[in-house]
Design a protein around this ligand. Structure first.
Ligand code: SF4
Length: 413
């Protein structure tokens, strides 16, 4: 029987729904206004450039995650498959394409708008995967809108000045393409401001995540999945900064008064890989009942960039865009995880083998085993997917998690 423990509410979150509604309603209005322009951008793409040009920016991956969280992705993926997309390609992409073809969007129920705003421009960066190029390419054809891309070098070890300079050149080319296509001129001061705000929001988000080093941890990975929305969707805005200042103050207060996200915290876990959006609630409740807090994750840290020091905004954008975890080699990833396990006092890690996202899955080439051996930390690998429930067995996963926590209990004893 699950224990009758109560979740500790995050007060700042009461504002979040309003922020999100305002954000999507504004995007909807921008798409309907001939004087405004909407750009679609990948989640770790060059959104600050688009903001500086005056575009309203929309992130389609968030829509994919919403479809997953609403547990409906599997209903729309077959429609994309009928269009020629492989059923084992990115389920964000497939469900987004399928839902669009069938005229469905979770934005209808959540915020009362018809769906994603029609794009005037789509911009991707392959710093995370090549799938985004095809995903935005599809919608570019569909809406007869230009698709521009940045293609940085991938699987990097130490990031070199030459690599940063190369990507900076790509960003300059992107700016020129946008200027030519839309008859605009980039206001460099506006770019500097957008980068400063982006960096500030990102730094605050990083500080929020760092509060989880405390024992008990004031927030979990599952809280983070909700709280990270502003740093993804509004990261060049003052709204995101204000939100994270409030959230950080609340988390610091929790730490000072010893309030944990999970009363009776016994085990501290790490989540590596994509979330399982349709099963967030079940997973969160199971771990809650087992008194296990997921104190840190790679995923939530994906939007915690190095701070901007006031130098060249394009160099900062180039550098931070290729330094992200997903764009690094195995050695750098292992060093990152080793450091995270240590700093957050992790007892055990969960690696999610996401079927349709090999790019953000790190259990396929022995990494979990190597870290187990070198650090002596128990690691469990769960099979699943970010959105497609057909690749996830709830019963099997819950049994595996229970056995894993038992293993941690034995180690404690
Ligand atoms: S990183 Fe994975 S989930 Fe994200 S767009 Fe690429 S393939 Fe899809």
């Amino acid at each position: 029987m699950p224990t009758a423990i109560k979740r500790v509410e995050i007060h700042a979150q009461r504002k979040l729904r309003t922020l999100l509604r305002d954000h999507f309603v504004a995007l909807d209005a921008a798409a309907a206004d001939p004087k405004r322009k909407v750009a679609w951008c990948t989640s770790v793409g060059p959104c600050e450039i688009l903001t500086a040009f005056g575009f309203d920016v929309y992130f389609p991956e968030n829509h994919g995650a919403m479809l997953g969280a609403r547990k409906v992705s599997h209903e729309y993926i077959p429609r994309a498959v009928a269009e020629g997309y492989c059923a084992e390609s990115c389920s964000y992409m497939n469900s987004d394409i399928g839902a669009s073809l069938r005229g469905y969007s979770p934005l209808q129920e959540a915020f009362g708008i018809a769906g994603p705003p029609k794009p005037d421009l789509l911009v991707y960066s392959t710093n995370q995967c090549r799938e985004v190029q095809d995903w935005l390419g599809y919608f570019g054809r569909r809406h007869d809108a230009p698709v521009f891309g940045v293609r940085p070098p991938g699987h990097l070890g130490l990031v070199t000045d030459d690599q940063v300079a190369y990507v900076r050149g790509e960003l300059e080319a992107l700016i020129k393409d946008i200027e030519a296509r839309f008859d605009l001129t980039l206001d460099e001061a506006r770019l500097g401001e957008a980068v400063t705000r982006s960096s500030r929001a990102s730094a605050l988000w990083h500080d929020v995540l760092e509060t989880a080093k405390a024992k008990p941890s004031p927030l979990t990975f599952f809280d983070g999945l909700i709280q990270m929305a502003p740093v993804i969707l509004m990261r060049g805005s003052q709204v995101a900064i204000d939100y994270y200042e409030e959230l950080l103050a609340e988390m610091k207060e929790r730490v000072a008064s010893g309030v944990g996200a999970i009363p009776g915290e016994r085990h501290r876990l790490y989540w590596e890989g994509m979330p399982v959006w349709p099963k967030i609630r079940e997973l969160s409740e199971k771990l809650f009942d087992l008194h296990a807090v997921v104190a840190a994750s790679t995923y939530c840290n994906s939007w915690a960039f190095e701070p901007f020091d006031g130098g060249d905004p394009l160099t900062w954008m180039a550098k931070t865009s290729i330094e992200i975890f997903i764009n690094r080699d195995e050695q750098i990833k292992e060093a990152f995880l080793t450091d995270m396990f240590d700093r957050f006092a992790i007892d055990g890690a969960i690696f999610h083998n996401a079927r349709t996202c090999p790019n953000n899955t790190n259990s396929r080439f022995g990494m979990a085993q190597r870290l187990r051996d070198s650090l002596g930390i128990p690691i469990v690998v769960i099979d699943g997917d970010l959105s497609d429930v057909r690749f996830f067995s709830t019963a099997q996963t819950m049994t595996n998690l229970e056995a894993f926590i038992e293993q941690l209990e034995e180690r404690r004893a």
